[in-house]
Write a protein that binds this ligand. Structure first.
Ligand SMILES: *Cc1c(COP(=O)(O)O)cnc(C)c1O
Length: 396
């Protein structure tokens, strides 16, 4: 018999009852160090007092009015995002996949209104991930996402990630845009070579294309800058989508664009019943206030480097279990010798939560508020689990 909750996930058999900072507690009272963060979502950990206050204060006032009316919170959050980015305008939605779809609609409508409806194709990257609705799975073209869900949406040409020449070679008179994640997350924590985003920017400029960054996972401080593309000085996209960290655990997505890119988006061209509702905006505003506090992002970068260095020495100690450490900031990956699910289950049993990714990688996505002691504790658990797994490996 099918389970009451549609069985679309391979869930771990644990129920969390409450959280506090970087820790979660299950229904038996066991404590876990949360280096999953609900897949890079709970950027300020659990039960952050400022986020609780923002949500509950708004909850007492008004929850939802729809986008038939002005929403003050949207105007506030949009102003913050615009003042910190390349963007001139923001559309609010509820999830990453919707934010990405909005980006695609902005791109298509831009060229349609410019008298070039034939320019509707987007170059995307292999092992990329943009969400689970039909446009993003069509763009990702991976069988594990698309099997049985055809007909897929046409209009995507895929090239290998990290290779500007491949992008250049894929351009046709129908190309409208280039879309990449500045660091691939679900694909296995792939950091592109230095200068990659700058090269894409100049290719886009040479060919009159729009550049579309999917910062749903990398955005909001995850790698130690507010947006990951800010690692490459002076490189900006025309369109960018955000979600995950933006709401700190409250569902929210956003599509940011320049005025030029979004000029064709007018009343009636896009919409969402729930998008940017007052509750989501109250929390997103508080998240942005926290992440932009002076020195906070420098602290994320510093602790991220510390974690990265510790992971490098970890893999040297356990070559039979971990073959590679990847990533930047607090977006880290360990490529595994055993299956990553074996490693993740063993880590959870020892009280450390991590997330899988493609390419047999274990992702470590701690909340941005961790310090030295959480890094030490995570490394101790990783050491212990790797020693155990190496023994089992040797025995079998
Ligand atoms: C998680 C993710 C998405 C999809 O977000 P949802 O909120 O699950 O729809 C899209 N792109 C990237 C890069 C992501 O990490």
């Amino acid at each position: 018999m099918i389970s009451a909750v549609m069985p679309t996930y391979a869930r771990a058999d644990v129920v969390f009852e409450r959280g506090e900072g970087a820790y979660l507690f299950d229904s038996a009272g066991r404590r876990y160090l949360d280096f999953a963060s609900g897949v890079a979502v709970t950027a300020f950990g659990h039960a952050h007092p400022r986020l609780i206050a923002a949500l509950t204060e708004q909850a007492r006032k008004v929850w939802h009015t729809s986008n038939l009316f002005r929403v003050a919170g949207q105007e506030r959050v949009a102003a913050r995002l615009i003042s910190e980015s390349f963007a001139d305008t923001v559309f609010f939605c509820n999830s990453g996949t919707e934010a990405w779809e909005c980006g695609l609609k902005v791109i298509r409508r831009h060229f349609y209104d410019a008298g070039h409806p034939e320019r509707n194709r987007v170059i995307t990257c292999g092992a990329g991930f943009h969400g689970r609705t039909l446009a993003p799975i069509s763009a990702a073209k991976q069988e594990k996402l698309t099997k049985g869900f055809g007909p897929l949406l046409d209009g995507f040409d895929q090239v290998p990630f990290g290779d500007p020449d491949a992008v250049r070679a894929a351009i046709t008179p129908e190309t409208a845009a280039i879309c990449v994640e500045p660091v691939q997350g679900e694909g296995g924590i792939h950091v592109p070579p230095a200068g990659y985003l700058r090269a894409l920017r100049s290719i886009a400029d040479d060919h009159g294309l729009l550049l579309f960054f999917d910062e749903i996972q990398t955005g909001i401080g995850r790698i130690g800058t507010l947006f990951a593309h800010q690692r490459e000085q002076g490189v900006t996209p025309d369109v960018m989508c955000l979600a995950k960290g933006l709401g700190g655990g409250f569902p929210v997505g956003a599509c940011l664009a320049t005025e030029r890119a979004a000029a064709a988006m007018v009343a009636g061209s896009h919409g969402s019943t729930f998008g940017g509702n007052p509750l989501a905006m109250a929390v997103a505003d508080a998240v942005l206030e926290l992440v932009l506090e002076p020195g906070f992002l420098d602290g994320v970068a510093a602790i991220g480097e510390r974690l990265g260095a510790q992971l490098e020495s970890l893999i040297e100690r356990h070559p039979a279990v971990f073959t590679e450490a990847r990533g930047v900031g607090l977006m880290r990956g360990l490529k595994c010798q055993p299956t990553n699910t074996t490693v993740i289950d063993a880590l959870r049993r020892e009280g450390l939560l991590a997330v899988g990714a493609a390419d047999n990688v274990v992702r470590l996505l701690p909340p941005l508020i961790i310090g030295e002691s959480e890094v030490r504790e995570a490394i101790a658990i990783l050491d212990h689990v790797a020693t155990d797994l190496a023994k089992i490996g040797a025995a079998s």
